[in-house]
Design a protein around this ligand. Structure first.
Ligand SMILES: Cc1cc2nc3c(=O)[nH]c(=O)nc-3n(C[C@H](O)[C@H](O)[C@H](O)COP(=O)(O)OP(=O)(O)OC[C@H]3O[C@@H](n4cnc5c(N)ncnc54)[C@H](O)[C@@H]3O)c2cc1C
Length: 1017
């Protein structure tokens, strides 16, 4: 740090010391043990396990509608913490276990009262009346406010309308109320109707995501338009009321949309200077965003106002990025966030003539830094203010009020149920290790530690990030065989992160590029040679069947014979190739796919109607299969020593089976094809691959990948052809030893049956690896979080038009929550737009082809005759569209509850109890995927035991299994129990062999066993 910087830092520390002295002897109520909130926080600080359970309990609490439910959850959440609980809870627990109904009702009342009290610590009022009274009190105490209506997830457009309407009412109430208020003093400014002489008395804060239910980063412009549609009337109302508005910043996925909304609104209302935008210092991109915003303000000549905060979603952002393998968008060292806060405060203050700073923090170091920076740059007082959260740091608020004067309190308002997520965030914040308030008021850290320059405290020391760029995710691996798994353990290919403008741009370009190449003719690929045939078949875009994606040369039986012959000839050499070398081919193919990931996804958008994110996920899964199976083969390729007494050596190893036929589906056209093909190849088999006639162009890209990997001729052969012409022919062929199939149960069973007969010349029993259909259910328990359950059911049921084997096709809802769930489900379903997958504004696209369309429509008719139509959307004309359909009053024995529909049709069933729901979910011939939404540990445990499916998902969507993390596959009529993407999958493509050798010669056993060493057994 230079001398100038040291001088500034010393002044910041000196100011900080003064401020700390001003706080001496005070404590925010959240840390006062005499108060309920303080007591809970104190217990949470002392016991991590209690903290986790308490946060979960607070989260589920709003849905515990009966005393019995509350008592059960209390037992399940805290029952085994006997002796470690604070005494009032111990008492409540004891009573919950022992008391009769009357006692339980009393305890439930007490707990409800306590939690509501906890909520009231952070929420200015649960009714407008209470809120107005408290706001008036805040103003009497000399502080301004900004009020925010609580309500986290908006799942439907109706809910977004309702939310906007609530704001409308609130603004009207505030407009009325302000008539009775006096403006806050403006020393030296004479009398003014405005607070401090320049600021409106009414200010609201608002979250853009609550104004549009379908906000998605890949649909940036559409999301901005939709938010603006509801925001404009509010903005005009605020202008009329002479009030201010701040756009809150939410999770990273909403950031670019919110910034665009701000600029658009500011531009549309150039004379409305009371509009501010929150920015988060913890985001690595904020330096660039802020600079961009200031530059934009300069270029259009419009002053701006910025609320600078650190960011409230830190845990969520880190978790989400880690789960998806994305670069972490936030700083991971608290000092870096603090340093960025000071850097950004400086930048805004430097532009004080056109930029107003609202400094939103409770951290005394950050406050002192802002004050000293303002002083250093002689920023006039009316160009900045401080802001604090309601209920978080009253002493800091009082101190700022007396020292600075301009303090605004951010006041959340609304009923406790939608407010619970907010409350949980505040509890997390207050109990986090890194929290300034915790360190100061609970841990009583030394002042020098609290006021340390963040650059010295690690903001620069560990890693100077600079304002741009995110922390990099582990870079794509280029792996070499030989200790591969140890040197480069498998990790999933990150999906495209469309929050990144660069990813959106690349994807758009890929789509445009693919469009340029539509309509080409593709040959077969046999024995390493491209083979054209005069007979071709067109593959078309399901959104517009007149558009030809590609024309495919068709393999007849002659070409099928040639492909099998080529595979057979290549087999011996391929079988004897070192498994590690075989794995290396897969890795090279993975690198090829990775280098074209957007383009390969773009082909899927056009050839089968997958939405951007669905298509990207498919390509990611294909890459995962290659990487994963390469590593699995390295493990399985080594001979394994078996128990061997002296004089005898036993070991086992695996051998490939021969020619494998792969018959692939269209719904995961690259991923499943690639999974089956790569498993067969890496285990030493030679493959004849027949892609689905609906997605042969996508299948063709596997040829490019394996050509690029320099796979020897004959190991992989590509034979698109008409199913009736070659599919059974391939299955029946006496030279084919293994058949890998994914598709319908009907076809799968037929393959199994046919493969069982021995043909002339056949010298082995064929093996079939078969993944078939499903009738997957999600159970909604009485305490389910509907904010989570409704979007998860929708994405499971209607993602890629419900055409995944894992898709949800029935939802079984426990009676007590049925009406609430169905109402929100229907509202949310009605908000999904249907149209071509190419346009990211649409959540649902066309189904695979006309045949699928008429089959699904038939089922809708059947469903209507068996039950009742609860909701049906509209379907655009032209493509293979089917209206999104939800059917109710369905019984477990109905056809639509039993048969696979494979389209955007969801049936809803009602169950009296959770047990009955489990029975209904289990009552099909299938066992593929299933899901449960419940916040009861007991019910989740019961589901683990009793919900008999191959892949069970708890409290999340039931689609999107990841290689290695969720090996995928079902049993009963869903398949043979093979788990693709799991450790055992490759075994299906090999036969085990065991060698036993007598190493003794006339009683003599050689000491150094050279043979053993040579084999590495
Ligand atoms: C008036 C007001 C309005 C607000 N509006 C918003 C808003 O619109 N959007 C929003 O997201 N938040 C908002 N917040 C919340 C804010 O982002 C902070 O969560 C909160 O103020 C705590 O920060 P602090 O500076 O007071 O405390 P501090 O204890 O100094 O900072 C805590 C913050 O540091 C960051 N942090 C914690 N751990 C780490 C780590 N390991 N590495 C890096 N950084 C870390 C997090 O941002 C955390 O909230 C607002 C806060 C106020 C006061």
């Amino acid at each position: 740090m230079d001398t100038e910087g040291q001088g500034l830092n010393s002044r910041i520390v000196a100011t900080g010391m003064e401020l700390l002295e001003g706080l001496a002897g005070e404590k925010p109520s959240v840390f006062e043990r005499g108060r309920w909130a303080g007591r809970i926080i104190d217990w949470s600080l002392r016991n991590d396990e209690f903290r986790t359970r308490m946060l979960r309990f607070v989260d589920v609490f709003p849905s515990l509608s009966t005393p019995e439910l509350l008592a059960r959850h209390l037992r399940e959440y805290f029952g085994d913490l006997d002796g470690q609980l604070p005494w009032p809870m111990e008492r409540a627990m004891g009573a919950a276990s022992a008391a009769g109904p009357l006692g339980i009702a009393l305890i439930s009342k007490a707990i409800r009262y306590s939690i509501e009290k906890l909520g009231s610590q952070f929420i200015v009022g649960d009714t407008a009346g209470k809120a107005m009274k408290r706001l008036a009190r805040i103003r009497r105490d000399g502080c301004a406010f900004s009020i925010d209506i609580l309500g986290e997830a908006v799942v439907s457009e109706e809910e977004a309308d309702a939310y906007a309407a609530q704001y409308g009412t609130l603004i009207r109430d505030l407009e009325e109320a302000q008539k009775t208020w006096s403006p806050l003093a403006s020393p030296g400014k004479g009398s003014s109707p405005l607070d401090w002489g320049y600021s409106p008395m009414v200010s609201i804060s608002l979250k853009p995501s609550s104004l549009y239910s379908q906000m998605r980063p890949q649909n940036l412009q559409g999301s901005v338009r939709a938010v603006l549609r509801r925001l404009r009337p509010l903005c005009e109302q605020l202008i009329r009321a002479g009030a201010a508005m701040c756009i809150d910043m939410e999770s990273y996925a909403c950031k670019d949309i919110s910034l665009e909304v701000y600029k658009a609104l500011r531009g549309e209302y150039p004379n409305y200077g009371q509009l501010s935008m929150a920015v988060q210092a913890y985001l690595r991109e904020t330096g660039n965003d802020l600079a961009g915003l200031l530059a934009w303000s300069g270029s259009v000549g419009l002053p701006i106002a910025v609320r600078l905060v650190k960011g409230a979603y830190w845990d969520y952002e880190v978790l989400k990025a880690r789960q998806n393998g994305w670069t972490i968008p936030v700083y991971t060292n608290k000092a870096e966030t603090d340093a960025a806060f000071e850097r950004h405060a400086r930048l805004v203050l430097q532009h004080h003539e056109t930029a107003y700073l609202a400094c939103g923090t409770h951290n005394i170091r950050s406050i002192a830094a802002a004050l000293e920076l303002a002083r250093e740059m002689s920023v006039p007082p009316e160009r900045y203010e401080f802001q604090v959260l309601y209920g978080m740091a009253e002493p800091v608020r009082r101190l700022l009020k007396s020292r600075v004067g301009r303090v605004r309190v951010y006041c959340p308002y609304g009923p406790i149920v939608p407010g619970m997520a907010y409350l949980v965030r505040r509890l997390l914040e207050n109990t986090a290790n890194q929290s300034f308030l915790r360190q100061m008021f609970s841990e009583q850290r030394e002042p020098w530690l609290l006021l340390r320059d963040p650059l010295e405290a690690g903001g620069a020391g560990e890693r100077q990030p600079g304002p741009e760029g995110k922390e990099k995710a582990p870079s794509a691996r280029v792996c070499r065989p030989g200790g591969l798994s140890d040197a480069h353990p498998f990790t999933n290919q990150p999906q495209a992160d469309f929050t990144s403008g660069e990813e959106r741009r690349l994807f758009g370009e890929a789509l445009a590029g693919v469009r340029q190449r539509l309509g080409r003719t593709y040959p077969l690929f046999i024995n390493g040679v491209e083979r054209s045939t005069p007979d071709t078949e067109a593959s078309v875009n399901p959104a517009d069947p007149a558009e030809v994606v590609g024309k495919l040369c068709q393999a007849g039986r002659k070409e099928a014979d040639e492909a099998i012959g080529a595979a057979l000839s290549a087999f011996r050499q391929w079988r004897d190739t070192d498994p590690a070398a075989r794995a290396a081919y897969l890795l090279r193919a993975a690198a090829h796919l990775r280098s074209r990931r957007h383009e390969l996804a773009a082909w899927q958008v056009l050839e089968i109607g997958k939405q951007w994110d669905q298509a990207s996920a498919d390509v990611g899964e294909a890459i995962d299969f290659l990487e994963y199976y390469a590593r699995q083969m390295e493990r399985l390729g080594r001979p394994r020593a078996l128990p061997s007494p002296p004089g005898e050596r036993n070991y086992s190893f695996y051998e490939p089976r021969g020619v494998a036929v792969v018959i692939a589906p269209w719904n995961f056209p690259l991923a499943i094809s690639c999974g089956m093909v790569s498993a067969a190849i890496v285990t030493g088999n030679c493959v004849v691959y027949k892609p689905s006639p609906l997605t042969p162009v996508i299948g063709r890209h596997l040829v490019d990948a394996f050509k690029d990997a320099l796979l020897p001729a004959g190991v992989f052969n590509y034979v698109p052809g008409r199913t009736e012409e070659i599919a059974e022919y391939l299955v029946d062929h006496p030279d084919v030893s293994t058949i890998a199939f994914t598709g319908s149960t009907e076809v799968g069973l037929r393959i199994i049956e046919k493969a069982a007969s021995i043909r002339k010349g056949q010298s082995f029993v064929k093996r079939v690896i078969c993944e078939m259909g499903g009738k997957n259910a999600i159970i909604i328990d009485e305490d389910a979080d509907l904010d989570e359950a409704v979007p998860a059911v929708l994405s499971s049921a209607f993602g890629f038009q419900g055409q995944k084997c894992s898709s949800c096709s029935k939802v079984v809802v426990v009676e007590s929550i049925y009406d609430a769930f169905v109402e929100r489900l229907i509202g949310a379903a009605g908000s999904l737009a249907v149209g071509p997958a190419e346009d990211p504004a649409y959540s649902m696209g066309p189904v695979a082809d006309e045949k699928a369309r008429s089959r699904i429509l038939k089922y809708i008719e059947i469903g209507q005759s068996e039950g009742k139509l609860l909701y049906q959307g509209t379907a655009p004309a032209g493509g293979n569209y089917v209206p999104l359909t939800i059917l109710g009053e369905i019984e477990p024995h109905h056809r639509v509850a039993q048969e696979e529909i494979f389209g955007p049709v969801l049936v809803v069933m009602k169950a009296k109890t959770f047990e009955e729901a489990l029975d209904a979910a289990n009552s099909t011939r299938y066992a593929l995927t299933g899901g449960v939404f419940s916040r009861s540990p007991g019910r989740l445990e019961e589901a683990r035991r009793r919900f008999r499916v191959g892949n069970l998902y708890l409290n999340r969507q039931i689609t999107g299994a990841l290689v290695g993390r969720q090996p995928f596959g079902g049993f009963r009529l869903s398949g043979l129990g093979t788990k693709a993407g799991g450790e055992e999958y490759l075994l299906h493509f090999m036969d085990p062999r065991v060698v036993t050798e007598n190493t003794a010669r006339r009683g003599f056993v050689p000491e150094g066993d050279m043979e053993e060493r040579r084999r590495g057994a």
